[in-house]
Design a protein around this ligand. Structure first.
Ligand code: GDP
Length: 424
């Protein structure tokens, strides 16, 4: 049985918390896309953690954490993260790293920085983790696979060819120091030492695990609106954020992904530039930002203040649909308890016409939000464990959201901690 847990919005929906929770009833947790560019925040008995590359199930003794072939693997980041949690008392996680995962090279990170610098004000707001240059190389077929770390001759040949091309850009476009093959070989030898004990044919491992009836959880990073195909192009990430990609990025049959939990935020937040129809500004935004998440809405990787907005039903319904969500989990609902009235964006007005369908970016640029105002519940709902005990207006909000999403809301999260969840 394979479950996927994915974001329906811009990311930062609280997937980390939900994954940590669902991991309790899973055997294997797999990261299938993205890299160490975004962060998940998890609060549990060991403390508060920001994970970037480790699957959120690493805190349990009974789970195996897997880095699938679809991940942009930053090996030093992975080991820094493992050491970081072990130092804080978490048992050494059982890890597997796909032999088909490709490696984020130091030059990917440099190129990310140099390109942001070159684009200056027109940049994509990259986290400068090397993700876009990494995926460019992967699809240009000049990336380096984990399996290739074990063949020095091939590695050197590959690096020699890579350096010729990269050094032309470094010299003439960016005016930066050139790459040296010997230094890169040394780095890759270090990487090999770090990763060797964990290298695994992940697809075969998961095939066997499935035959034995083990429960597999696919953990997505970011959200639908950051998908390179279905998201708000070009303000997207470089690998698919959709559950469907879980089949590719982990090496599983697509029809085995039976349960797809889309995490939907009770309000909106986004980082970086890009279209955001229900965005709010000024004091109104500042108050929501300050009260949001667990200690405010600031990026887990960059610390940047997140852009804030009201719940966007148009974007979230679309976000659930492209995920193929079989259910939704509504998060951070407790945060809205201070409001008398809560606006919800139910339509986009584009050129004088109102639509409920999420458009492509050019139309999105022209879209103005159409709001419906729901009454607030003016109380703290943290600590409530039964749906029926929620204030009536809070239930009305959830039911309104559910109707708009066209997907059943089966879980409601009313606090950052692992067990602050109401099941319906
Ligand atoms: P992710 O990348 O989707 O895992 O999201 P982040 O971890 O970046 O952002 C979610 C933030 O909200 C974190 O600080 C969580 O601890 C926090 N959080 C998650 N669920 C809830 C919730 O139901 N209520 C509150 N107040 N905070 C939550």
């Amino acid at each position: 049985m394979v479950t996927a847990i994915v974001g329906a919005n811009w990311g930062d929906e609280g997937k980390g918390k939900l994954t940590d929770m669902l991991a309790e009833e899973s055997d294997i947790i797999v990261r299938f896309q993205g890299g160490s560019n975004a962060g998940h925040t998890i609060v549990n008995e060991y403390g508060k953690f920001a994970l970037h590359i480790l699957p959120s199930g690493v805190f349990y003794r009974h789970t195996t954490s897997v880095i699938g072939n679809g991940v942009a693997l930053n090996i030093p980041d992975l080991f820094r993260e493992i050491n970081g949690i072990v130092e804080r008392g978490v048992p050494m996680p059982k890890m597997k790293v796909s032999d088909r995962a490709q490696i984020v090279m130091p030059y990917h990170i440099l190129f990310d920085e140099y390109e942001e610098e070159r684009l200056a004000g027109k940049s994509f707001g990259s986290t400068k983790s090397g993700i876009a240059p990494f995926f460019s190389d992967k699809f240009a077929k000049v990336g380096i696979q984990v399996s290739e770390l074990f063949d020095e001759e091939l590695l050197r040949e590959k690096l020699e060819s890579v350096c010729v091309q990269k050094n032309i850009l470094l010299e003439h476009l960016y005016h930066k120091p050139l790459l040296k093959v010997d230094e890169l070989m040394d780095t890759l030898r270090e990487y090999r030492k770090m990763v060797e004990p964990y290298v695994c044919d992940v697809s075969a491992y998961l095939y066997e695990a499935q035959k034995q009836g083990r429960r597999i959880l696919l953990e997505g990073q970011l959200g639908s609106l950051k998908d390179p195909d279905h998201g708000i192009f070009p303000m997207v990430t470089s690998s698919s954020t959709l559950a469907g990609y879980g089949a590719v990025g982990a090496g599983l049959p697509p029809y085995e992904i039976k349960r797809i939990v889309a995490v939907v935020k009770a309000y909106s937040s986004a980082v970086g530039a890009g279209e955001f129809v229900s965005e709010i500004f000024g004091d109104e935004a500042e108050e929501l930002r300050r009260r949001g998440g667990d200690g405010g809405e600031y990026g887990a990787t960059t610390g940047r203040p997140r852009r804030m907005g009201w719940f966007d039903a148009v974007a979230s319904r679309y976000g659930c649909r492209v995920q193929g969500a079989t259910e939704a989990a509504l998060t951070v609902l407790d945060v809205l308890g201070y409001l008398d009235e809560i606006p919800v964006c139910v339509g986009y007005e584009i050129d004088g016409r109102v639509t409920r369908d999420f458009p492509t970016t050019a139309s999105l640029k022209k879209a103005k939000p159409v709001y419906e105002i729901l009454p607030g519940w003016r109380s703290d709902i943290r600590g409530i464990t039964e749906y029926d005990e929620l204030p009536e207006n809070c239930r009305r909000y959830i039911e309104f959201v559910e109707k708009e999403l066209e997907v059943p809301v089966k879980m409601v999260s009313n606090g950052p901690a692992r067990h602050e969840i109401i099941k319906r």
